[in-house]
Design a protein around this ligand. Structure first.
Ligand code: GLA
Length: 497
């Protein structure tokens, strides 16, 4: 009997005695086909069968909002604050967690994680940013930079071959000659660092120097991307602790433009340190003696427009990311007026890259996008496939009149003058006493307007051309227009003496 009781007691307590406890830090590190190192970390707490904690990616953390373990089988669901959700299911296999990850828009993939005593994403002894000072202007970007960037359409699918194709197409399409000079590779070019800390490109870019030479041979300039944090937004190697070294590498490759994206620096520094952190790379770029346009990307935090030029920045993003919808494009447009006065030759507000030609907006909406960006004196970085542009896309991106508004040498950003019902009136002062007026119809139906010249402060001594419909010079008495839904009328005013 005693034996039976002991046996039953053992059976009952076995799940407790031998129950797995996944609490702790689990780290996984793999090299996807492009050859960069991708790290993921699970920081788990187990209570009974329930698992909570966080799932860390190089680009940020997700909170585990649903997790359970049953025997050796476990399942997790995690999401970011803005709702991006990933999940996995797997098993504890000896001392390893083997699991399959599901995330939006990519094929499920397998990971193996092992216990770790430290969290690879927690940086000990964060390097103190330098004391703040004012850098003199670098003399670049007297007008807003124009070019092409890989992110909006290609994201992680950009490679050497595509960049070369884009260089050829920028020339053959006339884009280069219209002013689109910078060919900028965004995130996901980065490989790992070598033993000396030198950054290398990954398998998608076998020889960055050769690629830069090719781009230069086409009469274009070459741009690249990094982050002041340990990792970029896509989870690739950033420049943290290697700023001067990376600036030298870029200069040796022949880089003419750097977009520097805050991303994982937010794990290390508060927003109040942004200015000093950006200054560090501004200084490092100067030290190379190569003229490199410096593009700050920190989504308009910490009123970057009040200090962006003082860290050597030639442009700074003013908002979070654009996407290829009229709604998002207009949300961004609506925030630009208030900060107009901070832009000027050499230092520009950047409402993000163009989506024109990517298919998510109507031709009229894309004309509005281009017109407003020109009114904002915004950098014009096309984000479409320049190798296959429709005639509509070409007619927008290559329109010389709208480009002239954007590139006006006075460099004064336009502002919203007023709204009348669904119609927004924007005004921008141009050099030589000229002006540009953009009239945007926000309604879902066509609308008719007669331009209210006096309210716009335009005297009778002006004539104008409508940029999109043709170049006939018109007098003010001839100023009634029907504007399509979400469309625009863009007027270039010229004074007559
Ligand atoms: C951020 C930036 C984007 C792009 C991606 C790349 O989201 O705002 O413009 O550079 O990172 O990962």
């Amino acid at each position: 009997m005693r034996h039976l009781i002991a046996f039953l007691a053992l059976c009952l307590s076995a799940p407790l005695l031998f129950a797995t406890d996944l609490s702790g830090i689990w780290a996984s590190s793999v090299k996807p086909p492009d050859g960069h190192t991708d790290r993921q970390v699970l920081v788990l707490r187990q209570s009974g069968n329930e698992l909570t904690g966080k799932w860390e990616r190089a680009w940020g953390n997700l909170t585990i909002h649903q997790g359970m373990i049953n025997g050796n089988h476990f399942e997790l669901k995690a999401k970011t604050d803005d709702g991006y959700t990933i999940s996995c299911e797997g098993t504890l296999d000896g001392d390893k967690l083997r699991f399959k990850v599901h995330e939006p828009n990519i094929m499920p993939y397998e990971l193996t994680a092992v216990r770790s005593t430290t969290d690879p994403f927690v940086v000990a002894n964060v390097i103190a940013p330098p004391a703040v000072k004012d850098l003199a202007p670098n003399g670049l970007a007297k007008t807003p930079p124009m070019g092409w960037n890989s992110w909006n359409l290609f994201a992680g699918k950009i490679d050497d071959k595509t960049v070369r194709g884009m260089a050829d197409a920028l020339v053959s399409s006339g884009m280069r000659d219209a002013g689109y000079i910078y060919l900028n590779i965004d995130d996901t070019w980065e490989g790992d660092r070598d033993a000396k800390g030198v950054i290398h490109s990954n398998n998608k870019f076998p020889d960055m120097k050769a690629l830069a030479d090719y781009v230069h041979s086409k009469g274009l300039k070459f741009g690249i991307y990094s982050s002041p944090g340990p990792y970029t937004c896509a989870g690739y190697e950033g420049s943290y602790g290697h700023e001067a070294q990376d600036a030298k590498t870029y200069a040796a490759w022949g880089v003419d433009y750097l977009k520097y994206d805050w991303c994982s620096a937010s794990r290390l520094y508060p927003d109040s340190a942004m200015r000093a952190v950006y200054q560090k790379m501004g200084d490092a770029l100067r030290a190379t003696k190569r003229p490199i346009v410096y593009s700050l990307c920190q989504y308009g935090r910490d009123n970057v427009w009040t200090w962006g030029d003082k860290v050597g920045g030639n442009l700074w993003r003013t908002t979070g990311d654009i996407n290829d919808t009229y709604k998002r494009m207009m949300e961004i447009a609506d925030t630009q007026s208030a900060i107009a006065k901070f832009a000027g030759p050499g230092h520009w507000n950047d409402p993000d890259m163009l989506e024109i030609g990517n298919g998510g907006m109507t031709t009229d909406e894309y004309r509005t996008h281009m017109s407003l960006w020109a009114m904002f004196a915004a950098p014009l970085l096309a984000g479409n496939d320049v190798r296959k542009m429709t005639d509509d896309t070409k007619s927008i991106l290559l329109n010389k009149e709208v480009i002239a508004v954007d590139q006006d040498p006075l460099g004064k950003q336009g502002q919203l003058a007023f709204k009348r019902g669904d119609v927004d009136y924007w005004k921008r002062e141009l050099s030589g006493g000229g002006a540009a007026i953009a009239v945007v119809n926000r309604a879902n139906a066509p609308t008719s307007v007669t331009i209210p010249w006096a309210d716009l402060g335009i005297g009778s001594n002006f004539v104008f051309k409508e940029v999109w419909s043709g170049l006939d010079v018109k007098s003010q008495s001839n100023s009634s227009f029907t504007i399509p839904p979400h469309g625009v009328v863009l007027l270039r005013m010229e004074m007559v003496h």
